[in-house]
Design a protein around this ligand. Sequence first.
Ligand SMILES: [Zn+2]
Length: 312
Amino acid sequence: MLTPRNPNTFASYPLDRAGHRRKDEAWLAAALAGERAMVCAFRGDQPLLAEAAHGMEAVWLSTAALAFADPIAPVVFLGLAADGAPHFGFALPDGFDLAESPLGGLGEFADLRGAALALSEDACAILGCAKSLLDWHARNRFCARCGAGSVAAEAGWKRICAACGAEHFPRVDPVVIMLPVRHDRALMGRQARFPKGMYSALAGFVEPGESLEEAVAREVKEEVGLTVSSARYLHAQPWPFPSQLMIGMIATVIEDEAEVLEDEIDAVVWVSREEARAALSGGADTAAGRVFAPPRLAIAHHLLKAWAEEAP
Ligand SMILES: [Zn+2]
């Protein structure tokens, strides 16, 4: 599948999602029974990972491991590898004792966010998808329309209410994340909870009835009092904590004076392209003191980088 290059962690899904197979019960059963099936395991929101020469790697188990699956959680179909091997994900019960099980010694459960930079891009994308999907099932066992129990269908890509028949689909929450720019400067903001000196892009949830451009304009106005004259989309990052889509935008603003208007934002700083490049590679000395950018795990890093590397 040809998709445009995307620099973000958790993006660039390497499997063929093979959506047309999700309704094919016979095909799914055969795929699960076949020798090439590979399954990844989660306990709560943590995947089973192992140490590897380059950092960490996902542990891919045979379907024999499904004997330990949480009986109320579905096995989800994640797609097909280039060699045709079907990949699945499943959840172990909350109190599952790894050390005492036959899976002990294969790896450890670890926080995906903390491990992401030690994992391959492919592993991050697959485990991120599996995490969002399994987490959605864990939090949506009852019908949002009538309150009765719902059951998983279509290889984990849908739930159907057993009482009223309503269909529910895995949710993705859109968030705009934007870098306000004017002439040759970009505005970065920091939250009080950030490490000292770290500044990032601005961000907020898209509200019902809003286009992306409207959400960008509203958030920039609310947070720093600036008027957006245009906004362009750059790239997006699936963010599986639990299930957001971070939509990266560059927002052109028409004023030079930003003010901190929301409790969420602690301080703002305008940076030049040169300062942005320095902030990305260790730190920049600016009017606001030493400033550095978020790590490459965050889309804000790649937004700032893309802007800093553009010709002014
Ligand atoms: Zn219902």
